[in-house]
Design a protein around this ligand. Structure first.
Ligand code: SF4
Length: 341
């Protein structure tokens, strides 16, 4: 493949994960895309393409942030396409210490996501618990939060939530969708999978994660010795956005209480979010997927692991390896939590 085309595809995939300017020192993805489109000198564009080709070949060099292996940076500097100095702390590189990674994190109070109420022994936010051997990420809410008095607090079963979702008109999405997709699985599951929103196959069937991405999710779960029937699977949004467009803030705000209530009822030991959107919504952050991966976040006391969406893996098989690492982490956290309960 032509290096520029290879770079363009690569950068678009990085942007898909929520990254904007942390791939190539201080160059935004949009800027690099303009460079390879020929708006800058061809020499500079070639240097960027060569650097990115090296990155694609050896992605770990970027994630490690090790200047000794980061040939792409020196290539860029030689081409005048990147500064010699490190970017400021506010713009951390992948793999470097980021604001979300801390051994003593301060709880983050989400402004729009209602509070959960499923206290579990040893789950105090930021305190010692069964997952203390893992690197801690964002902590949202405290484990002993009071019951959120939402319009859905009277819904005392997953079935009741599903029935309410099927007649919901809280946002406009119900009008363009074929079926509601409330979620399915074991009401006593130890692990809950949370995706973004239903796609075409899900809209058609009323079931979450079906079609090709659903098959891949099944394989991902099997890789950590879990079946679909053992877990609970749902999305942030319960109706499909037209044309699979990104959910709007108002839609997320309207629909999130259903997910919150589902989590309150299931009380999982581990939550795994698939894709940037679900992670950013639950963790109330704009951090990119690469910044959020590899950490054990806390969602009202429950460990939360972030990984790629199966649909993204279908577009980029290179992400299967990091996804494998993520779900193995989820499995270890789950095993640890089970031993502690
Ligand atoms: S997407 Fe959520 S809030 Fe919007 S209509 Fe469907 S169930 Fe209701």
């Amino acid at each position: 493949m032509d290096p520029r085309e290879q770079l363009r595809t690569y950068l678009e995939q990085r942007r898909e994960t929520g990254e904007t300017e942390l791939v190539l020192d201080k160059l935004s993805i949009d800027e690099v895309l303009r460079i390879i489109a020929g708006e800058a000198s061809s020499a500079r564009g070639s240097a960027v393409a060569a650097a990115a080709a090296a990155e694609i070949e050896h992605p770990s060099s970027v994630r490690s942030g090790d200047p000794g292996t980061g040939d792409w940076r020196s290539t860029l500097r030689d081409a005048g396409a990147a500064p010699a100095a490190k970017p400021p702390a506010a713009e951390p590189l992948p793999g470097e210490q980021t604001p979300v990674a801390s051994t003593d994190p301060a709880p983050v109070k989400p402004p729009s996501i209602p509070r959960l109420a499923f206290p579990q022994p040893g789950h105090e936010a930021g305190g010692p618990d069964e997952a203390s051997e893992f690197k801690t990420g964002i902590v949202v809410g405290a484990a002993d939060s009071e019951l959120f008095r939402s319009p859905f607090s009277h819904l005392d079963s997953l079935q009741a939530i599903a029935e309410t979702v099927r007649s919901c008109t809280r946002c406009p999405l119900y009008a363009t969708a074929t079926n509601a997709v409330p979620g399915e699985g074991d009401p006593n599951a130890d692990l809950v999978c949370v995706g973004e929103a239903p796609g075409a196959s899900e809209d058609e069937t009323g079931r979450p994660f079906v079609g090709e991405s659903g098959k891949l999710l099944t394989k991902i779960l099997e890789a950590i010795k879990l079946s679909r029937e053992e877990v609970f699977i749902c999305n942030v949004l319960k109706h499909r956005p037209p044309g699979n467009r990104n959910p709007l803030p108002g839609e997320v705000e309207a629909c999130s209480p259903y997910l919150i209530r589902q989590l309150e009822i299931v009380r999982p030991k581990v939550i795994v979010t698939f894709g940037t959107f679900a992670a950013q919504t639950l963790l109330n952050t704009k951090s990119s997927l690469s910044q959020l991966r590899g950490l054990v976040h806390r969602y009202y006391g429950t460990p939360l692991i972030v990984t790629y969406h199966p649909a993204a893996l279908l577009r980029n098989p290179a992400w299967k390896r990091p996804t494998w690492n993520d779900v193995q982490l989820a499995r270890r956290v789950l095993d640890s939590a089970r031993q502690g309960s």
